[in-house]
Design a protein around this ligand. Structure first.
Ligand code: ADP
Ligand code: MG
Length: 339
């Protein structure tokens, strides 16, 4: 299951994704946590100290390795240089699974121990510098995540949770269409709602399952405000959490000590995420990645690489969970199948 937490800076994306990740991990559900937020803070929110967080390998600086692995022996992707962040998998590509070891995880993922043996794998895009925010490099950092999502075959009881900035960058690339469920974290403020409206607008044409998660909600007035503004899209609300505050002081309490109301809210997130499995459509998922690839090829990719990137699309290929079984033994290559 691919889950995104988006919202405006400071709304609580990182806090709520880290709580959701803990909720899954203590239930022994396999999780890969991905930090793609501009402020890289998911590691510390999962309990890493400064030194450990700083030592995490950045996906953004391992793009050639990621591309080379995923490309596999796909004849349509002639080189890593012509592979862009939206290049879709096809026959010969290597696919990723949540429960496996592979060179991408080896290079980019690190285990984070939570409590009582609960653990997750953490991957981070790497810190964004001033220059990253002017399009190209920012794209390449988040692009590493998009490539991985587009090459992932995941089942129901295993999760990738991405902490991600809601910005125009994720709309240009197609990143925002890569999730079974998107949780938009919003404080009960006009700014929080403005981000929701923009996201909803982009999401409309792509069947994105968007749910608003209210955060820092202080009372019935706050809930009523959110309900008025977003209607049925409001899934659940979180209040101020002393547990979170204590954790931020560097002393994470045991997870079971989280306030009951916030625990119930997490259970509601899980229920919604799990239920979205029923609405999965691999055909649409593959179709959308091709759509965004062609768009990116035309707008900058062809010029940048000097190649016709439309020819990277394998028309006979549909990504599918069954590829888990249908993969040839040699190094986990994908097979083409009738679309
Ligand atoms: N429910 C909450 N209870 C207490 N503090 C919270 C809560 N949600 C967020 N915070 C605090 O608000 C600040 C911003 O949250 P953060 O998750 O970093 O936002 P974002 O990732 O959206 O920028 C952090 O200091 C965090 O600890
Ligand atoms: Mg954050």
């Amino acid at each position: 299951m691919k889950i995104a937490f988006v919202g405006k800076g400071g709304s609580g994306k990182t806090t709520l994704s880290s709580l959701f990740i803990r909720h899954l991990a203590v239930a022994r559900i396999p999780v890969i946590a991905v930090d793609a937020d501009i402020n890289q803070h998911l590691g510390p929110a999962l309990g890493l100290d400064e030194e450990e967080a700083a030592a995490l390998p950045a996906m953004g600086s391992r793009l050639p390795l990621i591309k080379d692995y995923l490309r596999g022996s796909n004849p349509r992707v002639a080189s890593t240089e012509t592979m862009i962040k939206t290049t879709p998998p096809g026959g010969g590509s290597r696919l990723l699974r949540i429960r496996e070891d592979n060179p991408v995880y080896e290079a980019c993922a690190r285990p984070v121990q939570l409590e009582d043996g609960a653990a997750v794998r953490l991957m981070v895009t790497g810190p964004f510098t001033e220059s990253d925010l002017g399009v190209a490099c920012y794209h390449s950092k988040v692009g590493a995540v998009e490539l991985c999502l587009n090459h992932l075959v995941d089942g129901r009881d295993e999760y990738v949770v991405v902490d991600m900035t809601a910005g125009s960058d994720s709309f240009a690339s197609g990143m925002f269409t890569r999730f079974d469920t998107t949780f938009l974290v919003a404080e009960p403020t006009r700014k929080g709602i403005a981000v929701y409206r923009q996201y909803k607008e982009y999401a409309r044409d792509f069947g994105v399952a968007l749910h608003v998660v209210g955060n820092k909600v202080q009372g019935p007035d706050d809930v009523a405000f959110l309900r008025d503004e977003v209607g049925e899209d409001l899934l659940v609300t979180f209040g101020h959490s002393d547990w979170v505050r204590t954790m931020e002081k560097g002393h994470p309490p045991r997870f079971e000590a989280l306030e009951p109301a916030n625990r119930r809210a997490l259970a509601a997130l899980y229920e919604t995420a799990d239920a979205s499995y029923e609405r999965r459509d691999w055909g649409r998922y593959t179709h959308q990645m091709v759509h965004f690839h062609l768009k990116n090829a035309e707008s900058w990719g062809n010029v940048k690489t000097g190649a016709d990137l439309a020819s990277q699309v394998d028309p006979a290929f549909t990504l599918h969970e069954d590829l888990r079984e249908g993969v040839p033994a040699e190094a986990g290559e994908a097979v083409s199948q009738p679309a």
